[in-house]
Every structure is written in structure tokens, then in C-alpha cells.
Design a protein. Structure first.
Length: 210
């Protein structure tokens, strides 16, 4: 299982839960020092430093993962970040560029690089975390909500591709108001994806609440 953005609190919780369930975790992040700490917390996990916003780096990552571990069965995308405030006038180009790079580009790059793995897997799963702001966006969070909406649309498109190919794979969107404090709930939900049939969860949008 590959976790993108693994060194966050949510990433560590998901990695621990997957490891406890018997999965081999491959953790990807941009900070080597934080990945070193991650390895101490999640023994047995493999770690890779990669800028997931750079498709060339992601394809090189995929080659390395395939060469050292083989194809993956799960991609858990936890890369993100918040930028906002200041009403509509405060939705700066700089904030949009940050959100596009972290929320959208990283998802596009990782799903394209590992799509064949998930299609071929007997139980391929893709999961992302989105926001309730997609349903009710506010002017001060318009950039953020738009980026999350784009990520949701991309994820559903991946899921439709799974279904069209007849693959036993699913793409799922977990939705939160705020992820802080819901790390355990997210980890449990991610592990549970492999207990459900692909058809029953593919392209679903699941609200996580305390």
C-alpha cells in the first residue's frame, strides 16, 4: 500500500492501521528527516522521498517501487494543505498555485503513474480526503473548495475507469469538516475498504465525523 503524504498525523495513523492489518506500507513524503521518524514509528515500512507535484519524479518513484516491491494494491492520497481567508478578494494566485500543486497535481501524478497497478490488482483501492466545503463553499475558501472539487472529480473519473475496465478496484472519497481529531476514524475506514466489494464502494463519497 502506498501512502502519499505519509508523514502527517493522518498518514501515520493510516500506515499503522494498515501495518497492523498485515499490509506492507510504502510511505512517500518530501522531508527525509520526517520519513526517518516515520520509519521508527511504523517498523517495516519502506520510505521514499519524492516531489509528487513533479510527474517525472513520480514516474521514477513508480519504477523504483516496482523494482523493489512490485505493483501496489492501494494508493492512499493524503497530500494537501489549506490556504484561504480574506473573502473572494483574498483568493490569491499564490494560494491557488499552492493548492493546485499540492491537492490536484499530486493526485493526478500518482494516479496516472500507478493506475495500471490498481487495475491489475485483485483488490485495488484509491482513497483521498476531501472537504465539506465542496458542498457549501464560502468566498474566503473558494480556492480551497475549488481545488478539492477538482480532486473529487478526478477521483470519480479514476473510479469510472476502474468500472469500465471491469477491474476489482475502487476509488473512494472521504469527506471531513476538519481532519484533525479524525485520524483514527480515517485509518479504520481506509482499512475497511478491503472488507467491502469494489462495486459497493467505487466512486462513493463517505462523510467522516467524530
Amino acid at each position: 500500500m502506498l501512502i502519499a503524504g505519509a508523514t502527517s498525523a493522518a498518514g501515520r495513523a493510516v500506515a499503522t492501521a494498515l501495518t497492523d492489518a498485515g499490509a506492507h506500507v510504502i510511505a512517500v513524503g518530501t522531508n527525509a528527516e520526517r520519513l526517518h521518524g516515520f520509519r521508527a514509528e511504523v517498523p517495516g515500512a519502506a520510505t521514499y522521498v519524492c516531489d509528487l507535484g513533479d510527474f517525472a519524479q513520480v514516474t521514477a518513484l513508480a519504477d523504483a517501487v516496482h523494482g523493489e516491491h512490485g505493483p501496489i494494491d492501494g494508493l492512499i492520497h493524503l497530500v494537501g494543505g489549506w490556504r484561504g481567508g480574506g473573502g473572494l478578494a483574498g483568493q490569491s494566485d499564490g494560494d491557488w498555485d499552492f493548492l493546485h500543486a499540492h491537492v490536484v497535481a499530486t493526485l493526478r501524478n500518482t494516479t496516472r503513474a500507478f493506475n495500471d497497478d490498481l487495475l491489475a490488482s485483485p483488490a485495488g483501492r484509491l482513497a483521498i480526503v476531501s472537504s465539506v466545503s465542496v458542498d457549501k463553499p464560502a468566498p474566503g475558501g473558494a480556492n480551497y473548495a475549488a481545488a478539492k472539487a477538482a480532486a473529487e472529480t478526478w477521483t470519480r473519473a479514476v473510479g469510472q475507469g476502474f468500472a469500465k475496465a471491469g477491474a476489482d478496484a475502487a476509488a473512494v472519497i472521504f469527506v471531513v469538516r476538519a481532519l484533525a481529531g479524525l485520524e483514527t476514524e480515517l485509518a479504520t475506514a481506509v482499512v475497511g475498504l478491503w472488507d467491502a466489494s469494489a462495486a459497493s464502494v467505487n466512486t462513493s463519497r463517505v462523510l467522516l465525523a467524530p
